[in-house]
Design a protein around this ligand. Structure first.
Ligand code: NAI
Ligand SMILES: NCC(=O)COP(=O)(O)O
Length: 308
């Protein structure tokens, strides 16, 4: 049986609805998508995009006020994208769908709508009371982020043995890899304390986690500037980065077109695209890449089938 997947529509002023409409025929062959979007909104978007709504485009009526303003950051679109996501979560929580896949939201629009969460992962963490882990990647390489949507200056304070050890254990249990590279924080992984001291915590967490797993799974702290070199990527498929751009800048430089986002360590399955709302090309008939979304749907199906 094809798995049911709830799709949150993302920011309606971005490329989300266009991606959903253009990919539907392809993904409907492998899953049963349910789009969390109001029918009138869908009709308005399809008219504006000049893309027909496929006959079998099944929707879940996300209620709310909406107005399409291509490329604009608005309070209404922030609220609507959040409500669409909450509907998808509730469908998964009630087991009415097997997984959810999210189209991109705009963080500034969420903020304008007084939503205190920065992104989907924070909402999931709060909703399920679990330490959700953000991991992005593709079949060649995956990067999990120890810290995500926080200002850079707060990152060093977050690095401590206890939290990092727990993160490493949870991450290994989710991906089951036997070989995971953990990055340091400072240039040259501090060169033995010459350029900072966070690596002491990272080293202890790695040691603890390997001891608890009774196997040498984690290696590091890896020197960040060479961790993603071709040679190093031959050694590791899975990496742990200390902060958002440390992991995502190399990933997106290498595999932006095809990578996905997966939330680990949760009772539900959630995948997503790796890109954002792309306001600069929304509703402009420009070439929109569908690969990340289609790969995210495929991964949701794999995960849903493996859970059965
Ligand atoms: N899963 C999510 O909800 C994500 C949300 N965001 C949010 O999206 C907003 C915009 O983020 P940006 O940093 O501008 O990144 P972005 O990914 O929206 O855009 C970066 C560049 O890539 C292009 N691009 C992105 N996706 C594309 C696609 N599928 N096809 C063709 N071109 C594409 C855009 O046109 C732009 O030139 C921010 O609020 C950000 O926080 C960012 C990443 C993920
Ligand atoms: N760069 C990843 C991103 O911003 C997506 O985060 P989330 O919405 O999946 O929490």
């Amino acid at each position: 049986m094809k798995p049911k997947i709830a799709i949150s529509i993302g920011d309606i002023n971005g490329i989300g609805i266009e991606i959903a409409l253009l990919s539907h025929e392809k993904i409907a062959k492998i899953c049963k998508p349910i789009y969390c979007i109001n029918k009138n909104l869908l009709k308005a978007a399809s008219k504006q995009l000049n893309i027909k709504i496929p006959k079998d485009f099944k929707t879940f009526e996300t209620k709310g006020d909406f107005e399409i303003k291509p490329g604009d950051v608005t309070k209404k679109s922030g609220k609507y994208s959040f409500d669409s996501f909450m509907d998808a979560i509730k469908l998964a929580d009630k087991k009415q769908v097997d997984a959810i896949c999210t189209l991109p939201i705009n963080k500034e629009a969420w903020s304008k709508a007084d939503i205190s969460y920065k992104g989907h992962t924070e909402v999931l963490r709060d909703y399920f009371g679990k330490n959700a882990i953000m991991m992005l990647g593709c079949k060649k390489m995956f990067v999990s982020l120890f810290t995500e949507h926080i200002p850079l200056k707060k990152v060093p304070k977050k690095i401590n043995v206890e939290d990092l050890t727990r993160f490493l254990i949870d991450f290994q249990k989710s991906v089951k890899s036997k070989k995971i590279g953990v990055l340091g924080l400072n240039p040259h992984a501090s060169d033995n304390g010459v350029l900072g001291n966070e690596e002491v915590e990272i080293f202890k967490a790695i040691k603890n986690a390997n001891k608890m797993l009774d196997e040498k799974i984690f290696t590091g702290p890896l020197v960040p500037d060479t961790a993603f070199s071709p040679m190093s990527r031959k050694n590791y498929k899975y990496f742990v980065a200390m902060y958002h751009d440390q992991g995502l800048a190399p990933l997106k430089a290498l595999y932006f077109d095809q990578s996905i986002n997966v939330s680990l360590n949760l009772p539900i399955i959630r995948t997503s695209v790796d890109h954002g709302t792309a306001f600069n090309i929304a509703y402009k008939n420009e070439k929109v890449n569908l690969k990340s979304y289609i790969n995210a749907i495929k991964e949701a199906i794999v995960l849903a089938n493996s859970k059965k």
